[in-house]
Design a protein around this ligand. Structure first.
Ligand SMILES: *Cc1c(COP(=O)(O)O)cnc(C)c1O
Length: 389
């Protein structure tokens, strides 16, 4: 009997994370998918092949990752890209010159840069709105609006958008709801169950979880959108390499074990910082003082490890960043190791200062990505690094 994972429906998240990518290995029965380091495939005759022709189009290792992300998001189709930005750039190729997109004001800095510095000049137009207020999304829609793009929670302000309400607005305008699910991951948030049309990730972050690869993934339910995505994937070619795919696949097998510890650490660090500095300075959806705490509780199964704190000034932020011992000063997030960063000068440096000010993204903000180390050690590190503030 071959034991191949047949139907992912009705089985637990962890079981899907571990088994959904599986296919039988006819040669040796390898339990892990081989890394198919090949650019092409031998064909038997004209038009006769094993379903694989050239590796930009299909690679079995990449397909294992694509099946897994589809299964975890509750979708039918998965696509793996060379990076989160490559993934979003390919998604945007679904649209044409003249189309309008409503985008969250506080999206990832690189997303804003892609739209503002590149895609805008190719004829797409964008409105940036505070998507925490669904009325503003509605107000920004025009007859040319083809998509609404939201990130929730946002980076680094940790604002929550009501996905069900955003999907209703999108569909009322025959537009797609595209969700960047990088921060929450499918373990804590399932955008398709709220009506999303496309879900994507920087798999570089929590999905891979080990800070050793750059990768992006997207998931889609609708067959027509998926067919277009498939075409773009091959035609534009921003595909994930086989080894990167394999690393992300391996990382995702423990997503359900890592996320609860990120969550425990995030909650503990946020609570301690709120105690020390005051609740108004700490942004974490798990705190009762978060303005959208109840929406977060309804929409998310957990709050994760991302915490943003405003220490008041760039100087004080720098002081904290220099004092940490377990947290490392670095861009990125979602790895097993804890990181700390300064959004204004790092991840959001590409957002002009006046826009940052408008958003409330201050020079005094530091963003913590709580890893999966022992909670007490992180709390001690935070205690000593923020002492005296
Ligand atoms: C990092 C990140 C991206 C970009 O992904 P890359 O893999 O770095 O290209 C997009 N969205 C969010 C929320 C991110 O954190």
């Amino acid at each position: 009997m071959t034991r191949i994972f047949q139907d992912d429906r009705g089985t637990g998240f962890g079981t899907r994370a571990i088994h959904a990518g599986e296919r039988e290995d006819p040669l040796a029965g390898a339990i892990m998918p081989p890394v198919y380091l090949t650019s092409t495939y031998v064909q038997q005759g004209l038009g006769e092949n094993k379903g694989y022709e050239y590796a930009r189009g299909k690679n079995p290792t990449r397909e294992a990752l694509e099946r897994t992300i589809a299964a975890l998001e509750g979708a039918q189709h998965g696509f793996a890209f060379a990076s989160g930005m490559g993934c979003l750039d390919s998604i945007m190729k679904l649209f044409q010159s003249g189309d309008h997109i409503v985008c969250g004001a506080n999206v990832y800095g690189g997303t804003f840069r892609l739209f503002d510095k590149l895609l805008q000049h190719l004829g797409l137009s964008f409105s940036y709105v505070d998507t925490t207020d669904v009325q503003r999304i509605e107000d920004a829609c025009t007859p040319r609006t083809k998509a609404i793009l939201v990130e929730t929670p946002t980076n680094p302000l940790m604002q929550i958008t009501d996905l069900t309400a955003a999907a209703e607005v999108a569909h009322a305008h025959q537009a797609l709801l595209i969700v960047d699910n990088t921060f929450a991951t499918p373990f804590f948030q399932q955008p398709f169950s709220h009506g999303a049309d496309i879900v994507f990730h920087s798999a570089t972050k929590f999905l891979n979880g080990h800070s050793d690869v750059i990768c992006g993934v997207a998931a889609v339910i609708d067959d027509d959108i998926a067919a277009k995505m498939q075409f773009i994937h091959n035609a534009a070619g921003a595909v994930a390499g086989p080894f990167d795919s394999w690393l992300v696949l391996r990382g995702m097998k423990t997503l359900h074990l890592r996320m609860p510890q990120h969550d425990r650490n995030g909650r503990a660090v946020a609570a301690q910082l709120a105690d020390r500095l005051g609740h108004e300075r700490v942004r974490y959806p798990g705190l009762k003082s978060h303005p959208q705490h109840s929406l977060a509780c309804m929409q998310m199964r957990g709050m994760g490890g991302m915490v943003t704190v405003d220490v008041g000034s760039r100087e004080l932020a720098n002081q904290v960043l220099k004092k940490v011992r377990i947290f490392s000063l670095a861009e990125s997030l979602g790895g097993v190791e804890s990181l700390i960063s300064h959004p204004a000068s790092m991840t959001h440096a590409s957002v002009p200062p006046e826009r940052r000010a408008e958003l409330g993204l201050t020079e005094g903000m530091v963003r913590l990505s709580c890893g999966v180390e022992d909670t007490n050690d992180l709390l001690e590190d935070v205690e000593q690094a923020f002492a005296g503030l």
